[in-house]
Ligand binder design. Sequence first.
Ligand code: CMP
Length: 225
Amino acid sequence: MDNDVLRQAALFGALDDDAASALAESLSEVKIRRGDVLFHEGDSGDELFIVLDGKVKLGRTSVDGRENLLAILGPGQMFGELSLFDPGPRSATVTAITDCTFASLSHDELLKWLEARPVVASGLLAQLAGRLRKANDVVSDLVFADVPGRVAKALLDLADRFGRTADDGVHVHHDLTQEELAQLVGASRETVNKALADFASRGWVRLEPRSVVILDIERLARRAR
Ligand code: CMP
């Protein structure tokens, strides 16, 4: 298992090396292929997962079949703990957008760690608080920001986690289709395509299949405000 990636996970945040190795031993490795579903919204579940390699999308489907993406998660990020702290079914469907490897930890095992090591709980609380903060931003943006503003913000967020700086700009290999990008910002594919084409014509980004190169990060950030 990739210990460097595990160490980035909120659960491991404040553990010393010995405790981190002991926690790593409680984990099992799970692999799925691109397009596979790890679990569905509404399933019951008793494990949390840390992404070791790859990217997943967390999605919800409306009664009329429309899809909304809550988040895209990559290496070091964790999910699947809500159904433990707020007992109930899984709150989202998790689908691999690339081949993925996860570390899984049963909720029972997590509870043992939380009781024995309060620092594990503080790592988890920090992650939950960060997620709530982000969810609040998303709600405000849905009310106050226009679609191009939301697209700009989504690109910057993806760049923050998946970007690689090169001479010509920040290369963001997000692995999302334009449809998925639209589901992430809560707008139609046509409106999102228009915003992307506008950014490209202004020279702020270069569009490539399933990736984008951010050429002018400052202007894009200004548009996201
Ligand atoms: P759970 O409900 O067990 O399964 C789906 C998981 O998706 C959930 O736990 C959280 O870990 C994760 N999740 C739900 N909503 C969000 C969100 N807005 N941002 C990031 N992760 C989320």
